[in-house]
Design a protein around this ligand. Structure first.
Ligand SMILES: [Zn+2]
Ligand SMILES: [Zn+2]
Length: 556
């Protein structure tokens, strides 16, 4: 029996299209991890969904004169389309708008309320006299009380990543009309985070396998002391509060969105026909990973674990490999200023694997990384096309033409050939260790260095020359090269699933790459190859200018 791996991925707000920052930050690493574990034969469940609630969506709906549900449905469809085209292989991508989700949220809310971890209290809430409404979360902006940067929202500061209550904001103003709010008393429910402070600190200090940035942020945050957080809002869009007298309020989006990991699992279990199956990913021997961007760390290392501790009987996160940010052409990505590359836009012009490649080899794992069109084109042309694609193409076309479209027989291996084959086997082992610990960048680098090594080997052996005087030697060299290709199709599959599947078929294998396991499966002599096509397409360097100017023009 393999391991059980639960993968939760950040829930995108259904208020806009996905951009490259989302992909590099959370979705691609999660997908690489899921594909790797599936290939290992482990049982994987990867879930997420669109976050249909919260003020980002109501603000967007007001701007466009639509209902929040229309906005949410529209973007949910776009998300599903993007996952399919980019190959993000969710087992379930649902929404927070389902009856199942509300039911699971109510169960957790009422259980925590019953145990005294949720309590009722009056708080002073900003109210806009001009707009005649309360101003929760994104309806209000001001200066962050922690890092003093401007543009902090009522629920969180983007600059320092700290969550906050709206009354903590300095110089707060209404985002709709700019007025200064007055404060009015309003009754709300609070999550008693202070009750979990010691337990959280003890737990976090044991997580030596977490990434340093995640560990540091969380420890610092806990050491500064937690505050109880209001988990209801004066709004009418969201999950209802299951308590009489709260009909005009809703549960705070963050409290309910993190519960989505559990409700999605329950939905998945129900649709599989075995309602109790959710337990197999939430109780007992399962490792739970949460893939998120660094702005979500506190919600996954403190708030969600506190809720789980209070509820009991469910697994705490095992790892939260949060990524840093992606910059675009050297500047901070900003959706409001249109300094972003949108995923559907990318996918309408390019293949998925070159983007997956760039973000794998240059992933913001330990520090911010930059996306530029120049680097995108360069890595596609120099690395995917010239190194890997060319290796595949020259081996397969030559073998196809000279050995009746079949894998040639191997003679005895000389030391150089044996060394290459050992290297291929070692690469899979090394990558196994790296991927297991979520070191994606290092893992793909070792695969690419195997491809370079195989190119050098072929240049040395030059089977296209030796075939005339020593056909068996040429056959042996090509057999070895095909063995390496066959390792590369597995090694690169989590990163480049589309081209790996193609290579798998060119090599004459049936079914899917992941059915063959994380091991060197070498085609036997005589195995029939498919007529090979190039795996990647060279991109014109003129595109750098075209794409950069497209970005500049969209920017304001
Ligand atoms: Zn701040
Ligand atoms: Zn206002």
């Amino acid at each position: 029996m393999g391991e059980k791996i639960f993968i939760g991925v950040a829930w995108p707000y259904a208020d806009g299209l996905l951009h490259l920052g989302h992909i590099a930050g959370a979705y691609l690493p999660a997908d690489i991890f899921a594909r790797y574990h599936r290939t290992k034969g482990n049982e994987v469940l990867m879930v997420s969904g669109s976050d249909q609630h919260g003020t980002p969506i109501t603000i967007k709906a007001e701007q466009e004169g639509k209902k929040p549900s229309e906005i949410a449905t529209q973007y949910h469809q776009q998300f599903l389309d993007s996952w399919q085209k980019l190959g993000i292989s969710f087992d379930l991508f649902t929404t927070t708008g389902t009856a199942n989700h509300a039911e699971v949220v109510h169960d957790i809310f009422l259980t925590l309320l019953d145990r005294g971890y949720i309590y009722k209290s009056t708080m002073s809430q900003p109210f806009c006299p001009q707009c005649q409404r309360f101003l929760p979360d994104r309806y209000i902006e001001g200066t962050c009380p922690y890092c003093h940067s401007s543009g902090a929202r009522g629920d969180q500061c983007d600059k320092c990543g700290k969550p906050m209550n709206t009354d903590e904001l300095i110089d707060a103003h209404c985002r709709i009309c700019g007025s200064t709010p007055v404060f009015k008393d309003s009754e709300h429910f609070f999550l008693k985070l202070t009750a979990f402070e010691d337990r959280l600190l003890d737990w976090v200090r044991q997580q030596s396998h977490w990434r340093q940035n995640v560990l540091n942020f969380t420890t610092r945050y806990l050491e500064e002391g937690l505050k109880d957080r209001a988990i209801t809002r004066d709004i009418d869009w969201g999950v209802p509060v299951p308590v009489d007298g709260f009909e005009n309020k809703r549960i705070y989006v963050w409290f309910e969105a993190v519960i989505g990991y559990l409700s999605a699992t329950k939905e998945w279990a129900k649709s599989s026909g075995d309602e109790e199956k959710w337990r197999s990913f939430w109780q007992g021997d399962v490792k739970s990973y949460y893939f998120i961007g660094k702005d979500n760390i506190a919600f996954h290392t403190i708030i969600w674990p506190a809720m789980l501790m209070g509820y009991g009987e469910l697994n705490l996160p095992y790892d939260i490999p949060a990524n840093e940010f992606l910059t675009i052409e050297g500047r901070k990505l900003s959706t409001s200023r249109h300094w972003a590359v949108w995923l559907p836009d990318y996918l309408s012009r390019y293949d998925p694997d070159p983007l997956r490649y760039l973000f794998s080899i240059n992933m913001p794992e330990t520090g911010d990384t930059d996306f530029s069109w120049r680097e995108f084109i360069r890595r596609n042309n120099d690395e995917l096309v010239a190194t890997y694609g060319n290796l595949v193409h020259r081996v397969l076309t030559f073998v196809y033409r000279n050995f009746d479209g079949c894998v040639p027989p191997a003679g005895e291996f000389d030391s150089q050939t044996q060394a290459l084959l050992n290297r291929a086997e070692d690469t899979l082992k090394t990558m196994d260790e790296l991927l297991y610990r979520c070191h994606f960048k290092e893992a793909i680098r070792s695969a690419m260095s195997l491809a370079q090594e195989a190119n050098r080997y072929l240049d040395d052996k030059s089977p296209w020359k030796t075939i005339k005087e020593n056909r068996p030697a040429a056959a042996t060299a090509l057999h070895a090269a095909i063995s390496v290709l066959s390792c590369l199709r597995t090694a690169l599959y989590p990163f480049l699933p589309f081209s790996s599947q193609k290579l798998h078929e060119y090599l004459g294998f049936d079914g899917k790459v992941e059915d063959y396991g994380w091991q060197p499966t070498v085609p036997e002599a005589g195995q029939k190859l498919l007529p090979p096509q190039p795996l990647f397409t060279k991109l014109d360097e003129k595109l750098v200018e075209e794409e950069t100017s497209r970005l500049e023009h969209a920017h304001y």
